[in-house]
Design a protein around this ligand. Structure first.
Ligand SMILES: Cc1cc2nc3c(=O)[nH]c(=O)nc-3n(C[C@H](O)[C@H](O)[C@H](O)COP(=O)(O)OP(=O)(O)OC[C@H]3O[C@@H](n4cnc5c(N)ncnc54)[C@H](O)[C@@H]3O)c2cc1C
Length: 526
């Protein structure tokens, strides 16, 4: 396999693939024909995969810009919301403000940091207002997508999760809004002794609705946003909650009430203005935080440490439990509104252990110090299994696509994959800011194709990109969360120059994307 260490260049990869494939053969992927009848589900102009924040946003923009184009949204789950439908553990909430996590086109009327249910209700309103309900197909898992240059279309194979039926759609344009992780299979490391543990083992990605916490001793393994939101939400019910972390994360404790929102909402002005002003305020704050994280990380570190110290019990070992080993914002900073996590630590209904797990025992967990933490319930808030484009098996003109040999085109398209765009949000700013920007871009691209009379657009490497050095999907210096680092080996790459790079900050992209030259020599139209 080609790696950065082996000095893989795009020339080597192009040679392997002979550049953009042009021959047409029958699709090689998809359900084994003959084993079950495949039902023709028809043709749509645009097929959107995923009914989360990205897919619903994409559908809104598509409908607004191209009211006459047909589309369908397919989602493997049995309801809308993606992340917010999957994660329904107690206390689940956003960790960025909803003025920027909400869409540009629909004012957010609730609190700055919102509960999962409030976000679902907001998405329901968008679905209602845009009349999207009849365009969404639930329990439709996309398993394969095969492009045919001769037919100028994608064939999309789908398995219905409720009855096992195999369906086949065709579409002119495939819009992947599948998010970044496997919703059905969360990440849970294997620890010694897990099989002899006699209590209940839970993952926040599949929280049992009937889990009784009353009087239970709960251990939450993890140090990120999920652990930090779950613990205050269950501390009152449980007998005691212990946060067990291997190493600490950064936290920030803003007030729950956004003072500017209160002021603006008291005025007799259109709510669209309020929404826009609050968005600008929060974007500017995040710009500042992102710039400080880059340019003065020690100062930001000191600021974050000093802001949480007064919220913790006296004599608390802040260095041990709350001083991360990485620079601020090399991983997401977890938000704890009004410091609710620290409040339960102060009250004593929760405590924190920073150590490594030696083994599970029948009645708890023993850590390396020798301490045994008793547990009736263990919650493994240990994160995600990243999935590449929804684990869909892609092929182009009969050639299976190996994503590790591909590069991104500005974090929106992939070299050699015609008529396909994907949405991946920001790490530091709210995800949704990028949903709106990428949707604008896709709208411009579709309009450009129409203007040119083209039925195909494919990001293609230029001759001068032949010696381009490949870099990992995420530079660990920039962003090194566990779920990303665990999966770099299965992800597509980026190059060392535009447009083959991604993960710019919103500050750069909000200027760049609307102005992009659609005839830059890398987007080939036919
Ligand atoms: C608890 C939690 C809190 C978060 N809070 C924030 C926050 O405050 N701010 C922020 O910016 N980000 C936050 N994030 C990140 C969050 O995931 C994104 O903000 C956003 O929800 C991603 O939306 P999406 O629609 O792109 O993907 P998802 O929400 O992952 O939805 C994708 C959908 O696509 C479907 N799908 C995937 N593959 C297939 C397939 N092959 N066939 C059919 N359907 C498929 C899935 O079933 C899913 O329903 C949070 C994440 C978590 C887990």
């Amino acid at each position: 396999m080609l790696t950065e260490k082996s000095g893989a260049s795009i020339a080597a990869i192009s040679a392997l693939h002979g550049g953009p494939a042009m021959t047409t053969t029958a699709p090689t992927t998809g359900p084994a024909e003959g084993t079950q009848e495949i039902q023709d589900a028809g043709h749509v102009d645009v097929l959107i995969v995923g009914a989360g924040v990205s897919g619903i946003g994409a559908a809104h923009h598509l409908r607004e810009q191209f009211p006459d184009r047909t589309f369908v949204i397919l989602d493997a789950q049995d309801n809308r919301g993606g992340t917010w439908w999957t994660h329904r553990y107690p206390g689940v909430r956003s960790d960025s403000d909803l003025f920027t996590y909400g869409y540009r086109f629909k004012p957010w009327r609730g609190p700055s940091i919102a509960a999962g249910e409030e976000i679902l209700a907001y998405l329901d309103e968008v679905i209602e207002e845009d009349d999207l309900r009849q365009s969404i197909r639930y329990r439709h898992r996309v398993t394969a997508a095969s492009w045919s240059t001769e037919d100028r279309q994608w064939t999309v194979d789908v398995t219905r999760d409720d009855n096992g039926q195999q369906l086949r759609y065709t579409t002119d344009f495939l819009w992947m809004c599948q998010g970044y992780y496997n919703h059905a299979r969360p990440h849970r490391p294997e620890w010694e002794g897990m099989d002899r543990f006699q209590g209940v083992l839970v993952h926040p990605q599949s929280w049992p609705g009937d889990l009784d916490l009353a009087g239970k001793r709960v251990v939450v393994i993890g140090s990120g946003a999920t652990a930090a939101t779950l613990i205050p939400a269950i501390a009152e019910k449980a007998e005691h909650v212990t946060m067990l972390q291997r190493s600490p994360s950064y936290f920030f404790a803003p007030p729950t009430t956004d003072e500017l929102a209160v002021t603006l909402r008291a005025l007799d002005i259109p709510e669209e203005w309020t929404h826009e002003i609050l968005r600008r305020q929060h974007i500017a704050q995040t710009d500042w935080l992102a710039a400080t994280a880059r340019e003065a990380p020690e100062e930001l570190h000191a600021f974050l440490m000093e802001s949480i110290r007064p919220l913790l019990p006296e004599d608390f070992d802040v260095d041990k439990h709350f001083t991360p080993r990485y620079r601020p914002w090399q991983q997401r900073i977890a938000i704890v509104p009004d410091g609710d996590l620290f409040a339960v630590l102060r009250e004593g209904s929760a405590s924190i252990v920073t150590d490594t797990i030696e083994t599970f025992t029948e009645h708890g967990i023993r850590v390396s110090s020798g301490e045994e933490i008793p547990a009736d319930i263990v919650v493994t808030a240990t994160g995600f299994n990243l999935s590449v484009l929804g684990d869909v098996a892609f092929s182009v003109d009969g050639e299976p696509v190996d994503f590790t040999e591909r590069v991104t085109w500005r974090g929106i398209m992939i070299n050699g994959l015609p008529n396909m765009a994907y949405i991946f949000g920001y790490f530091r700013h709210s995800w949704t800011l990028r949903v709106d920007l990428v949707s604008d871009f896709v709208g411009r691209l579709l309009a450009q194709m129409q203007k040119k009379g083209a039925t195909m657009v494919v990001p293609t490497l230029r001759p001068e990109d032949a010696d381009m050095q490949l870099r990992p999907w995420s530079d660990p210096e920039n962003f090194n969360s566990g779920y990303v680092m665990r999966s770099q080996h299965i992800l597509f790459r980026q190059g060392d120059r535009e447009p083959w790079t991604h993960m710019l900050e919103h500050e750069q992209e909000r200027e760049l994307l609307p102005e992009l030259d659609l005839d830059d020599g890398t987007l080939l139209y036919r």
